[in-house]
Each structure stands twice: as C-alpha cells, then as structure tokens.
Design a protein around this ligand. Sequence first.
Ligand SMILES: [Mg+2]
Length: 254
Amino acid sequence: MNSLVILLDLDGTLVERGRPVPGAAHAIMELRRAGHTVRVFTNTDSRGEAALVKQIRRMGIPVALGEVFTPVVAALRVLTLASRVLVLADRAVRDEFPAQSDNSRPTHVIVGDCRQTLSYPVLDAAFRAVRDGAELLALQGGRYFRAADGDHLDTGAIVAAIEYATGSKARLLGKPSPDFLRLAAGDVPADRLWVVGDDRTTDILMAHRGGATSVQVRTGKYLDQQAAEGLAEPTHVIDSIAGLPALVEAQAIR
Ligand SMILES: [Mg+2]
C-alpha cells in the first residue's frame, strides 16, 4: 500500500478531558515508522497555533508546528490585506488576526470561542456589521464541547444567534467543512487520505464529504452518538486510537 496521510482528531481521540488517551503517542510513532504522514486537526478556536502545539506536546503527543490544523489557520488564509475583521473571540485568538481600528467598517465578522469576552454590545456590533454586508465566518459550528468540568455551549450556538438575527448564513471554516480537510491534507488523493475521530457529525461527516476513509474511535463523544440515527457512517470503528496502527496494517495486507 502507498503511504497514507492520516488526520487525527484531537479532543476525544488523542486526548480526553485534558489527558492523553492511553497508547496515543505510541500509535502516532508507529504510524510514522510505517511511513505514513500524521497530522492533527481540531476545531479548537480558543488558542493560537503555537500555544496549541505547546499544550498538545505537554500532554505527551508528539506534534510539531505546522502539523496541527485549526479553523484559525483556515481563517487567516481566507483574509486578504484589504480585509477588515471584527473578531468575536478571546484574546489569544484575537491576537492572531491583524488589529483593526474601532471605527473601520468590517468586511468580515469572525466568530470563535468567546467565553471570556462575550457581551451584549459585542453581539450587537457583530449583528450590525453582518446586517450591513460583512461576511460572517464561523471558526466552527459545534453545539457543545466537553471539558474536564462538564459540557459547555459551543461557538455554533453564538453563530446561530447572529444568523438568526440577520437572516444570513455563516461560512463554516472548521470541520465538517471539506475545505478544512483539503487545507489539512494538502493535495494527497482521497484514496490515500484517512480521517480518524470520535464525532460522526464533524470528523466522519467531513471525511465523507472529502471522499476519505474514515475511522471512528469508541472514545470521546462515541457513546453520546451511539443511538443517534441518520449520522454519517464510518468506514471502520475501533476501540481507541491505540488500535489504529494494526487497522492500517491489516488494510495494507488486504
Ligand atoms: Mg473529537
């Protein structure tokens, strides 16, 4: 078998509630040893790229700068020098974007994790900018996310509020957008592209849209979605990321 490009979801797949899933680091090293390219993708919209890589490495997952793809990376590629952005996000992510003067009329409204900074005036500014023609960019469309202290309302809910008030539709930059898959995978053909994740509404759906092979792990959100109907079906299901090298090798022998 030709070498693969394997995209691994972060939360619920490589790490869970702030700790590495057992065997995750070993699996990555084994896949690399077998000649495959491993990348990590995440809809994390609360950190810049460098800080995120550092955080992942601290959890023992061996990744380098340029190997982790987030919607913030995707957003920066959408913008041009002429873009003027209003960013609804916390400080760390806002700092990734060029600074704007307060009175410039935005061409884009970018919505990410804004738990620390969201207020009614900020929502109003976003609402007015989009109503006046700015493009609404959603770093991701998640309904909720899971943290060590429980489940939290996610970015998609804030995006939906602005969509509802303005009657416009956001452009989604994170998964399950197939553009995000392309950005992370580069120009590798779909038959050499694998996507591994715990969430059928994002990871597996994105793989379907991009024609990639998909693997769902039985960690993270797996149990939440077990009874759900009508969700994208993965090509393979494995207990955890630890089983991925064996699955990849078995497929190579077939
Ligand atoms: Mg996940």
